[in-house]
Ligand binder design. Structure first.
Ligand SMILES: Cc1ncc(COP(=O)(O)O)c(C=O)c1O
Length: 336
């Protein structure tokens, strides 16, 4: 064994392993010989998603360090914030969220779930810049420390080197589900932790895999820089020596702007729903599927090599886009 991943403490939050399902109709439509969907939307924890795997590492540190309140931050529809709030409640901890984005009247989607978890929220109107959210969170953590509390701050997206190990472990899981290691793995990239873990984990457990990231917010250059840092930090946590320079493949032309729905993303959501009965979301996974469709049509993705689409979750977001997603409603109202 050339790494010490199994020595790192975790706390069980996710329902694992998640299935790796073949999506034949979608593969045919896109023009792929084989498409598998790794169902990390089914990790459990208040609706599922990729963050459950990361939080298993962060919360082990929180519980062992005797912290009594957890803080994190994100956009109005942050899946990470929702799942952090759920994990905190499951483990009997207090939880505070700094969120930002457009003003709202009625909480919807993930924000509604944050409310159900009784998370105390500070909301930055029209400002979801990472720097603003992080500084508000630091201010709040300082206030709590001054009151004698012991706060633990999880950075935006949970993208720490420790959290990224959740996806190193996920690659070990996928390697046991695959018949052949020669695959193309496609995954969404926001704060880079999931991507970093996927690249490092595939290097260790699925060395023949090609990992392709689709940005939902940042430029490819920014992603490459941050992902490289995280890969190196995560590798050193598990005493893994990276021998060759790791190359990072990432595309940033499928998101337009963070948090909005795109036309191609919407088409991808429709396809997955209609052909596979699978729900993608407008901010993350719909855009990743749009990227997969386009990159396959442009032959950047090799149609003859099986593709593994990591479904990172995000389903609650659908319920905050009811206007944009309900235009093709086919319903006759019958009055009696
Ligand atoms: C559904 C979903 N997919 C993908 C991502 C991207 O993960 P990361 O922030 O680790 O890059 C996120 C992050 O919020 C997410 O919620």
């Amino acid at each position: 064994m050339n790494h010490s991943l199994d020595k790192i403490l975790t706390i069980k939050l996710a329902s694992l392993p998640t299935p790796l399902d073949e999506a034949k109709a979608l593969a045919e439509k896109i023009g792929l010989s084989k498409l598998f969907i790794k169902r990390d939307d089914l990790t459990g924890l208040a609706g599922g998603g990729n963050k459950a795997r990361k939080l298993e590492y962060d919360f082990a540190e929180i519980i062992n360090g005797d912290y009594d309140v957890v803080l994190t931050a994100g956009g109005i529809q942050s899946n990470h914030a929702r799942m952090t709030a759920a994990a905190a409640r499951k483990l009997g901890l207090d939880v505070k969220l700094v969120l930002g984005g457009p003003d709202f009247e009625i909480p919807k989607g993930n924000l509604l779930l944050d409310v159900l978890f009784n998370a105390e929220i500070r909301y930055l109107i029209d400002d979801d810049a990472n720097s603003s959210l992080e500084s508000e969170m630091k201010k709040w953590a300082d206030e709590l420390s001054n009151e004698g509390r012991k706060p633990f701050v999880i950075p935006i997206g949970g993208s720490t080197a420790l959290g990224a190990l959740g996806y190193v472990k996920a690659m070990e899981e996928i390697s046991t589900q695959l018949e052949n290691d020669n695959v193309q793995i496609i995954i969404g990239v926001g704060s880079c932790g999931t991507f970093a873990g996927t690249i490092l984990g595939s290097k260790i457990f699925i060395p023949d895999a090609r990992v392709i990231g689709i940005s939902v917010s940042r430029t490819s250059d920014a992603i490459k820089r941050r992902t490289k840092e995280l890969i190196n930090e995560s590798a050193s946590l598990i005493n893994y020596k990276i021998d060759n320079e790791i190359s990072i493949e990432c595309y940033d032309n499928y998101h337009e702007e963070y948090g909005i729905i795109t036309e191609t993303g919407k088409q991808a959501i429709d396809l997955a729903a209609n052909l596979e009965g699978i729900l993608l979301d407008p901010i993350y996974t719909g855009k990743v599927m749009a990227g997969l469709i386009d990159l396959t049509s442009k032959k950047v993705i090799d149609k003859n090599i099986p593709v593994v689409f990591i479904h990172t979750g995000g389903m609650p977001i659908i319920f905050s886009f009811e206007n944009e997603l309900s235009d093709k409603i086919n319903c006759v109202k019958i009055y009696k």
